[in-house]
Write a protein that binds this ligand. Structure first.
Ligand code: PMT
Length: 396
């Protein structure tokens, strides 16, 4: 199942370290090449010899134990298809979130550009600590998958959340990630996210409630599936792929124009303003005598329709173009009209009148239409899961 894949397992200094021996066996039995890197503290809980025997590879601990011209933290990061850190202590989680690279494991994490999964394990009070939670959310915002700990009796005598999650859950997450890791290999995927910002004057603007989460989830998943990703976004994200920060619809259009010729897939998850102020005021608009202020708006270009038009006009067979459709009523009917009008290959429709999905929420529920008239409904799920399903569908 995993032959040809290299899994780099990082073990940190927690009692759950002993459980990883079993996990290494499972990965080996599935045909994976397993490399293990430990923090010095991990070796208080499990021996190097055990890990060496189980992984049938050298176990790496010291940063300056130089064996070749290429530093270990770079060659191990380059070689692995995936990095799993389990158990991950509060200390290591926080260091990785802050970019601290003070041992071999954290240095590798700092240099690692592919899929990373972290399975934390710690005392429940440490898990609930505000700094640890903040650092976990930083890691999640960078597309790192966190397998939350289970609740129960902890080795420290407490009852609460902090036990390393079940080994089969970790195993399945790694297999799932590796299974998809080649599906978009060699493809350049350009994704837009966030709401565009149309300035009125130097202090005011027109925008919308898009958080950029849907587009970011698509970008992270596309990268996990092996694609070269470009995320064109109005929001601040950090990721190991190219991010182009834009503001207005016109900025987004020109960023897309720059990427068009070399892209294989374009996905427009951004909420683009249909109108902008005809002329932005150079100075702050002063409150006048009148109770009414009139702003003159002009239509923004329909970027999605323009991309489809450019492809058709040049008789190109790529990029594949996917639009989104945000509606507050008659979702399916409006989506059917929109896919025909815009001319894209797929249209992902979501209901933005609901507060539990769509704008800003971590979840979404979508109906996907394709050019042939087929309709697929995806039930409510985290945007990460919806994004993966959308990409799997279009990658076919
Ligand atoms: O960012 P989140 O908080 O995670 O929320 C996600 C989302 C709700 C923003 C996302 O799922 C979504 O629906 N994005 C599309 C929003 C939108 O602008 O929908 P629309 O139906 O108005 O536009 C249809 C399509 O045309 C979209 O792909 C849009 O990017 C594109 N468009 C719209 C206007 C315009 N001038 N140019 C465009 O290209």
């Amino acid at each position: 199942m995993l032959s040809g894949k290299t899994i780099l397992i990082g073990i940190t200094g927690g009692i759950a370290a002993y459980k990883i021996c079993e996990l290494i066996r499972k990965f080996k039995k599935s045909g994976a090449n397993v490399k293990v890197v430990c923090t010095p503290n991990a070796l208080n809980f499990v021996t190097k010899l055990t890990l060496q025997n189980l992984s049938q590879n050298e176990v790496y601990v010291e940063e300056f134990d130089v064996k070749s011209w290429k530093p270990e933290h770079i060659s191990l990061a380059d070689e692995a298809d995936i990095m799993l850190i389990a158990p991950a202590t509060a200390n290591t989680i926080s260091k990785i979130a802050q970019g601290i690279a003070d041992n071999l494991l954290t240095s590798i994490a700092c240099a690692f550009r592919k899929k990373m999964i972290i399975a934390p394990a710690m005392n429940c009070n440490m898990w609930n600590n505000a700094a640890v939670q903040k650092n976990l959310s930083i890691l999640k915002s960078r597309g790192i998958e966190i397998l939350e700990p289970d609740s129960g009796f902890l080795a420290c005598g407490y009852l609460g959340k902090g036990r390393l999650c079940r080994l089969d859950k970790i195993f399945d997450a790694v297999v799932e990630a590796l299974k998809c890791s080649d599906k978009l290999k060699g493809k350049k995927v350009v994704i837009t996210s966030g709401g565009t910002i149309e300035d009125i004057d130097p202090v005011r603007y027109i925008s919308n409630y898009s958080s950029g989460k849907m587009g970011f989830a698509l970008a992270n998943n596309a990268a996990d599936m092996g694609a070269e990703v470009v995320l064109i976004t109005t929001k601040d994200f950090e990721a190991p792929y190219k991010i182009v920060k834009v503001k207005s619809a016109l900025d987004m259009q020109s960023a897309l124009d720059n990427e068009f010729d070399t892209s294989d897939i374009i996905i427009m998850a951004a909420a683009v303003a249909d109108y902008r102020v005809k002329e932005m005021c150079a100075q702050k608009i002063k409150k006048g005598e009148s109770d009414v202020l009139t702003l003159e708006l002009v239509k923004n270009p329909d970027i999605l329709a323009g991309l489809c038009e450019r492809r058709a006009h040049n008789s190109l067979d790529k990029p594949l173009i996917v639009g989104f459709c945000a509606e507050t009523e008659n979702l399916l009917q409006n989506a059917k009209e929109k896919i025909n009008k815009k001319g894209c290959d797929f249209l992902v429709a979501n209901d933005i009148s609901r507060s539990d999905i769509g704008f800003s929420s971590d979840d979404n529920e979508v109906t996907i239409l394709d050019y042939s008239g087929a309709i697929i409904k995806l039930d409510k799920a985290p945007k990460r899961v919806i994004a993966r399903k959308i990409l799997e569908l279009i990658s076919k």
